[in-house]
Design a protein. Structure first.
Length: 218
């Protein structure tokens, strides 16, 4: 991360296209029957405990066992592979794309992921902060916790085995946390975003500028 950020370029991108595009893939092998059309508005799971399913996107049937898959996010179906209707598909085949309108908080988080050092999950597993790191976070807050290369930062829980995970990025403060302890994280997804201490003022400048500019855009 450089010490300068082209705010106009970053904000111009979000002015022209303030959306995320979420690709939806088949969850397993089976026969597809769509429950939405291109242009359909969809809602994310809701309720206090997220117990209300998202808008049904498609039904997939394998061995006469139908399963409804709901939307993970709110937005509009911007692309639909309707030619797959009634056909057998493999697991992981792209079915549609949802265009999700970004909130100010999400735009800030997207920008932060571009400028922070992201430490990624080495495997699909459940993660926890190491006991020492967790104690420091509880005492001082995550953004006051400095981590260094080679330091044990996480415990990875996989197949009932706990394995220490050592940090291999640049020294800095834990600025953003992207996982929930004990919840499975896909391989390659960010666990934390780390910011070098001398760059913390730059990060604050990013947030302040985006908040001001986004309010003007709305």
């Amino acid at each position: 991360m450089s010490n300068e950020i082209d705010f106009d370029e970053i904000l111009g991108k979000y002015r022209s296209d303030p959306y995320d595009y979420i690709d939806i893939f088949s969850s397993q092998t089976g026969v597809i029957n769509f429950k939405v059309d291109k242009g359909t508005g969809v809602e994310a799971p809701g309720g206090e405990w997220m117990h209300i399913p998202g808008t049904p996107l498609y039904q997939i049937t394998r061995e006469r066992n139908p399963k409804i898959i709901g939307s993970p996010i709110h937005g509009i179906v911007s692309e639909l592979h309707s030619e797959l209707e009634g056909h057998f598909v493999e697991a992981g085949e792209k079915l549609m794309t949802i265009r999700h309108p970004l909130k100010k908080k999400e735009i800030i988080e997207n920008i932060l992921q571009d400028v922070l050092y992201l430490f990624l999950a080495p495997e699909k597993a459940k993660y926890f902060f190491s006991l020492e790191i967790q104690a420091r976070i509880e005492k001082k807050g995550a953004r006051s916790v400095i981590i260094k290369p080679g330091e044990e930062v996480f415990t990875m829980s996989l197949m009932k085995r706990d394995t220490p995970v050592f940090y291999n990025g640049e020294e800095g403060a834990i600025y953003s946390v992207y996982f929930k302890p004990g919840v499975s994280i896909e391989q390659g997804k960010p666990l934390i975003g780390v910011c070098a201490l001398e760059k913390l003022p730059l990060i604050q400048k990013v947030i302040t500028r985006v908040k001001a500019e986004w309010d003007n855009m709305k």
